[in-house]
Write a protein that binds this ligand. Structure first.
Ligand code: UDP
Ligand code: MG
Length: 311
């Protein structure tokens, strides 16, 4: 497949979507056909444990404009998106969820916007969140606030629903790190970008494929692979603590010389506990980063493809 052959490559990561993919894909395909969007679909099965691959294979047989990749295990949505962007050559790339929460109706406008504004990136921005559970909303809000604090990037309301020009994808392909955060990278590369706001659509009450554990891992991954600020945070809190200890030290000495010692026993215990926890936290952060470095120097592939269809 040469670059000129495909005008728009649509990358869709899939994880345990076997029950709904047939219906959802047909819906997406139909909307694109109605809107006159000629495109090639790349369905990436992120190591699903259900019948997703069988269903995708049926779609590949049925439609010539569909090709598919299957991961050997669940490597995560970020890796699935990457694989899609790496494995197909096209003039433009669209990344979207399979569950219709990224409304296919909007794509035509996004393409028009890209052409009108001569932009390289059109970012889908969530107008309002769809029906999400309270716990999810709290977690997501906390995550975005933390991200903003640590990276200075406003990732609130951002989504993976993005239209990218070939140049951007070529830049993204040059990233060699093995763990990455798609939205962070797209924000990092620069280029001319415009926002496109959309209302999250689709069956919002469906259970998310992201469990709490997965979301926490994603949040950690986003922070650790994007910034080393927590390392500085450790140093700063260490300095603040040093200042407090100096003040307390002066007070203790003063008490000692004025013959009022012993009574400060509580302080000692509290101090010990506090220092202990500070050291633990710092060591934890350093450990996590070292683990990161270890992961990166191993140069492991981001994902392993076990099967392809229609590629
Ligand atoms: N997904 C994936 N790998 C995962 C989890 C999710 O490829 O480990 C896909 C999923 O199939 C869907 C998209 O990522 O196409 C978004 O997932 P979901 O709708 O469950 O997430 P949410 O709506 O909670 O963001
Ligand atoms: Mg969803």
């Amino acid at each position: 497949m040469a670059a000129a052959d495909i005008d728009l490559a649509v990358i869709i990561p899939l994880y345990n979507e076997g029950a709904v993919i047939q219906e959802n894909f047909r819906r997406i395909r139909q909307v694109f056909a109605e809107d006159g969007l000629a495109c090639h679909f790349v369905l990436v099965d992120d190591g699903s444990s259900d019948a997703t691959w069988q269903e995708i294979s049926l779609l590949v047989k049925e439609f010539p404009e569909v090709s598919a990749l299957r991961f050997a295990r669940n490597f995560g949505k970020e890796a699935a998106i990457c694989a899609g962007l790496e494995r197909v050559e096209a003039r433009r790339y669209l990344v979207m969820d399979s569950d219709l929460q990224h409304p296919p109706r909007c794509v035509k406008e996004m393409v028009a916007l890209m052409e009108r504004e001569q932009a390289d990136i059109v970012e889908g921005v969530k107008e309002k969140r769809g029906r999400e559970s309270l716990a999810y909303r709290l977690l997501a809000n906390g995550f975005y606030r933390l991200m903003k604090l640590l990276t200075g990037l406003d990732l609130e309301r951002s989504s993976d629903f993005k239209l990218l020009d070939r140049g951007v994808v070529e830049a993204l392909r040059r990233f060699e790190e093995s763990s990455l955060f798609f939205r962070g990278l797209v924000a990092w590369v620069g280029f001319k970008r415009v926002a496109y706001s959309f209302a999250v659509d689709g069956p919002g009450c469906r259970r998310s494929r992201f469990t709490a554990g997965k979301l926490i891992r994603l949040a950690l991954n986003a922070i650790l692979s994007y910034t080393s600020k927590p390392l500085y945070l450790t140093i700063i809190s260490g300095l603040i603590f040093l200042l407090i200890s100096v003040l307390l030290g002066i007070q203790t000495l003063y008490n000692y010389f004025s013959g009022r010692a012993v009574s400060g026993f509580t302080t000692v215990i509290l101090l010990l506990l506090f220092t202990g926890s500070m050291i633990m936290i710092s060591l934890g952060f350093i450990g996590v980063y070292i683990a990161r470095i270890y992961d990166e120097v191993k140069r492991r592939p981001r994902y392993v493809v076990s099967e392809t269809a229609g590629m």
